[in-house]
Design a protein around this ligand. Structure first.
Ligand code: G4P
Length: 530
């Protein structure tokens, strides 16, 4: 690569910002995503993403796929330009679309934005997703949403965030009132007030500058409000008793900058975006299985597959593999190696996903996500690289499933296609497989209901195997050391099974059953995946 080309690559890589928005359903993820896309000019009208989400066919990505035939999962990756940054937002599907893919998506980002409903605080799904972000040590930014509604006290929200998630918080701004009394944001970071309805409170000007003491200079109608005095007091308290601002702690995912706002009324979102972009990291380096560090600006192309979207239309079996580029530049028609099989593959057909349209990739570099048409070559976790030196990135983690089903072929004469299908789907990472200890019953595990639906659908359409699934409901999966295991420890409340690597684990009916077990066998260590 010539110096010029290498400089060009470095410049391009360094302006990438790739992140996911995580939240509990209904906290406002879609609404804020839409606002961000509007700022970036990637969509022209609010409601575009929402329409996709709530449209008849968009119950989940794959149903949408079925509808559209082509694999156009346009909302999986959204790309736009803002302030000379190329931004990639990766969707983390929630609701009934929650699956292991949701977790895996977090393996492909460099930062996360956590949207919290300020009336509800930290909710279950946010906690789960947060855990994965923390495991990766990526920066986590918080947006406390729905300030236009009566919410909880901001101090209480910050306290809960710190306690429940065990992360330090640093409020970048502070609400002046909420709901009907909302006046604005006291922006500690920029030393200004952002007026909520500027036409009513500040002659149409969005920002009110503050002096060195953090007060409005001279006369102002906001100064007459008791909320103003209250916010000054709270700001002082934060200054004296709060955490110190530290860019290192933010970068290490130890300190979460917190922004308040209201996505629906587009209040505080732009300030959030602009401040976020100052601290959001450039594409990170990735470690290989040989413990080499691959820098994003290295000229040789490399990346890994973190998600595979199967087409649900039986007439079109193509799938799409989502690849995070870890180094170099993607070029159409380039030859790459798949180290798992040693195969060489030509990447001629790739698609990058945009908010509105599907466009063929022209300039994807490290940090970007590309979608590759796949006829069955790829598995989740696969590395692809160009050049001579082998690169194989570390394995993606597996996540502890929470929902379980017994599964068997409807037609016992069709064992062969059943086994072929199930093995392939397990390998691909679509579902996890367990067998009960004595009866060898097949049990599949997932983190979301959608995975079962996709499994059943694909078994039928791709492997011609009708399956019967019987729910055993939600279970707590805990692995045990085989040396500590006595097969008689299993019961209906803690079903003993083995995973596909023959490792034993218990599926506990509930927390109570797990506790009962630990009391009875205190010496047995129980572990979970992530
Ligand atoms: P999600 O993707 O996290 O599931 O949430 P989404 O953006 O769909 O928002 C969930 C609901 O919360 C929506 O209302 C949305 O309009 C509302 N919402 C989002 N941000 C704000 C905010 O800042 N303030 C207020 N007051 N509401 C907000 P909905 O009634 O469920 O949907 P819709 O009828 O508006 O489409």
């Amino acid at each position: 690569m010539t110096d010029n080309k290498s400089n060009e690559l470095t410049k391009e890589v360094k302006r990438r910002r790739t992140f996911a928005i995580i939240s509990h359903p209904d906290a406002g993820k879609t609404t804020i995503t839409e606002q961000l896309l509007l700022f970036g000019g990637a969509i022209r009208q609010a409601g575009t993403v929402k329409a996709k989400k709530s449209g008849k066919f968009a119950k989940s990505d794959w149903m949408e796929i079925e509808k559209q035939r082509g694999i156009s999962v346009t909302s999986s990756v959204m790309q736009f330009e803002y302030q000379n940054k190329r931004i990639n937002i990766l969707d983390t599907p929630g609701h009934e679309d929650f699956s292991e893919d949701t977790y895996r998506t977090l393996m492909a980002v460099d930062a996360a934005v956590m949207v919290v409903d300020s009336a509800k605080g930290i909710e279950e799904q946010t906690k789960k997703l947060f855990k994965v972000c923390r495991m990766r040590g990526i920066p986590i930014f918080t947006f406390m949403n729905k300030l236009d509604r009566d919410g909880r006290e901001p101090l209480e929200l910050i306290e809960e965030l710190e306690e429940v998630l065990e992360i330090d918080a640093y409020p970048m701004n502070w609400p002046i009132g909420s709901g009907k009394t909302l006046l604005g944001l006291y922006d500690l970071y920029h030393n200004r007030i952002e007026a909520f309805r500027p036409e009513e409170t500040n002659n149409g000007e969005r920002f009110i500058p503050l002096n060195k003491e953090g007060e409005i200079e001279g006369e102002h109608r906001i100064k007459k409000e008791s909320l103003y005095d209250q916010v000054l007091e709270e700001a002082l308290l934060l200054k004296e008793a709060g955490n110190e601002f530290s860019t290192e702690a933010i970068a290490a995912g130890k300190l979460s900058p917190v922004f308040f706002g209201s996505a629906l009324t587009n209040f505080g979102v732009q300030t959030f975006l602009e401040t976020f972009l100052q601290f959001a990291p450039e594409p990170s380096a990735h470690e290989t299985r040989a413990n080499d560090i691959i820098k994003p600006t290295e000229p040789t192309f490399s990346g890994f597959v973190f998600k595979i979207q199967a087409n649900m239309d039986p007439r079109h079996r193509d799938r799409i593999a989502f690849l995070r580029i870890c180094s170099g530049k993607f070029e159409r028609g380039m030859d790459v190696t798949l180290p798992r099989t040693g195969k060489k593959i030509r990447l001629s057909n790739s698609t990058q996903f945009m908010a509105e349209s599907r466009e063929t990739v022209t300039d994807a570099v490290a940090g970007d996500i590309i979608g590759l048409y796949d006829t069955g070559n790829f598995q989740i976790g696969d590395t692809l690289y160009a050049g001579k030196d082998e690169i194989e990135f570390q394995e993606l983690p597996q996540f502890t499933p929470e929902l379980f089903m017994k599964v068997e072929p409807k037609n016992v004469m069709k064992q062969k296609s059943f086994h072929k299908g199930i093995n392939q789907l397990v390998q691909e990472g679509a579902i996890q497989l367990y067998r009960s200890y004595h009866t060898e019953t097949y049990i599949i595990g997932a983190v979301g209901q959608l995975q079962f639906e996709v499994f059943q659908h694909r078994m039928r359409n791709e492997y011609n195997s009708e399956v019967v699934m019987t729910s055993i409901g939600s279970r707590i999966a805990r692995w045990v050391n085989p040396d500590q295991l006595d097969e008689n420890m299993g019961s209906s409340r803690n079903m003993l099974v083995r995973d596909r690597f023959d490792q034993p684990l218990f599926l506990f009916e509930n927390k109570f059953a797990e506790r009962w077990f630990s009391d009875k066998y205190p010496e047995v260590e129980l572990t979970s995946l992530l």
